[in-house]
Design a protein around this ligand. Structure first.
Ligand SMILES: Cc1ncc(COP(=O)(O)O)c(C=O)c1O
Length: 428
């Protein structure tokens, strides 16, 4: 591959043209393996940013894609419908909380979040109330488009860069009680205080249920989420749950809100929706919200992307749903969780480890100091694994099909990185 061209001309996520970092050329992928151009195979501990839950090159997903591409790969969704979208939306309505009856299909996670925020704004507009604020949590992440970024942690997503353009929203402290810890009711104090003060202006609360992903890999107590739902009901504010990272089994439940036995008013899905094959997202809402929105001034929901309901993506998503329906994901994520629960706490003896956290097929090691990306990445590749940390966070979100040996290899690679001072910024 022409890596020199790549380095000179291609922008990778969050990279500099002045000091581009090494990019590893991948030629193919199968099962949990990424194959590099030179033939080396790496166990993927990232599921390509948490999406390829069934692994790469899956025969059932491949077959669905082949079949659909021979029928039609795309057709506009305005005034036209098709079987793959109908099948997918039937599945989504059936598998999510009962009140969620209406599905809006879009292209990416960030757009699903934009759609959810627009739904909430149109809902209040239709009710004759002017509410333009959102309440969310510190350490959250909801995407890179402007509205999604405006409800993402202000420091992590550098709101200062876009000052004057980015809408200002309200941030409550993120929950401190971990998933496996004793619940502390005072965790809700700041959230409650902010909601009490601003509820007349707040269109919706938006947050990631149970796991705050890219904003800090924090795994919090279900009682926090229960408290949020209770307070939203009390103050008459909509609750948007962003399950783009957690949806489709990642936390050991099909949807993370099930840990708290609550239901959202609006739900955002993406990433693993197509088993990680291609980009597709969905925003679901209740009949009450949908019908209120459509009874408003606009008379409809004002959104319609070109590739909305792309048949190819819907067909692959349907195949992914069929694999999930076989329910092996439950035993698989449970086995991965057990392995993380047994092995990650052993790492806390290491002086560079601040904390370890796990839930379902998510394992997190928070270091006391930030990683040196270039050297830790090279080290992981040498160890035959693909793990891409950020800041002080070294985490694993492997495909559900990963074997115990493969998980062992991932954890061993993390352990060996901890013993390499050059893998950490302040030590190298
Ligand atoms: C919780 C959450 N919401 C939204 C997004 C944005 O999704 P996308 O990158 O597909 O736009 C992400 C991506 O990591 C996410 O983790």
């Amino acid at each position: 591959m022409d890596l020199a061209f790549d380095r000179r001309h291609i922008w990778h996520p969050y990279t500099s043209t002045l000091t581009p970092l090494t990019c590893y050329p991948v030629s193919r992928a199968h099962g949990v393996y990424l194959q590099l151009e030179d033939g080396r195979e790496l166990i993927d501990g990232m599921s390509s940013w948490w999406s390829t839950i069934h692994g790469y090159n899956h025969p059932h997903l491949n077959q669905a894609a082949h079949q659909q591409i021979d029928q039609m790969s795309h057709v506009m969704f305005g005034g036209i419908t098709h079987q793959p979208a109908i099948d997918l939306c039937k599945q989504l309505v059936a598998m999510t909380a009962e009140p969620l009856q209406h599905v809006f299909l879009a292209d990416s996670g960030s757009v699903a979040v934009e759609v959810s925020l627009k739904m909430a704004l149109q809902y209040w507009q239709a009710k004759g109330e002017s509410r333009s604020q959102f309440l969310t949590l510190r350490d959250g992440y909801h995407g890179d488009t402007f509205a999604a970024m405006s409800v993402t942690d202000p420091d992590n997503s550098m709101h200062s860069l876009y000052k004057g353009f980015l809408p200002q929203h309200i941030f409550a402290q993120s929950p401190k009680t971990g998933f496996w810890q004793q619940w502390d009711e005072s965790d809700l104090d700041d959230f409650k205080a902010k909601l009490t003060l601003h509820h007349h202006d707040i269109a919706a609360v938006i947050l990631e249920p149970i796991v705050q992903g890219a904003g800090g890999m924090r795994i919090y107590h279900p009682k926090f989420l229960q408290g949020v739902r209770r307070l939203c009901d009390e103050f008459g504010v909509l609750l948007i749950l962003d399950e783009i990272a957690t949806g489709f089994g990642r936390t050991g439940k099909l949807f993370a809100y099930e840990h708290a036995q609550i239901e959202p008013d609006i739900l955002c899905l993406g990433k693993a929706l197509t088993g990680g094959y291609m980009t597709l997202s969905a925003t679901l809402t209740t009949s009450h919200v949908a019908n209120t929105v459509c009874g408003g001034e606009a008379g409809c929901f004002m959104h319609g992307p070109t590739f909305m309901g792309n048949p190819l993506a819907c067909a692959v998503a349907n195949a992914s749903m069929e694999i999930l329906a076989q329910e092996e994901w439950q035993a698989q994520t449970q086995a991965i969780e057990t392995q993380f629960a047994q092995q990650l706490p052993l790492l806390t003896e290491h002086p560079l480890v601040k904390e370890v956290r796990w839930l379902g097929a998510i394992g997190v090691v928070e270091a006391t100091t930030a990683v040196n990306m270039e050297t830790i990445q090279a080290h992981f590749v040498e160890q035959g694994v693909w793990i891409r940390p950020f800041g002080k966070l070294i985490y694993m979100m492997p495909p559900f099909i990963s074997t115990p040996q493969q998980i062992d290899t991932l954890i061993a690679a993390v352990h060996s990185a901890l013993n390499r001072p050059e893998c950490f910024q302040s030590l190298s």
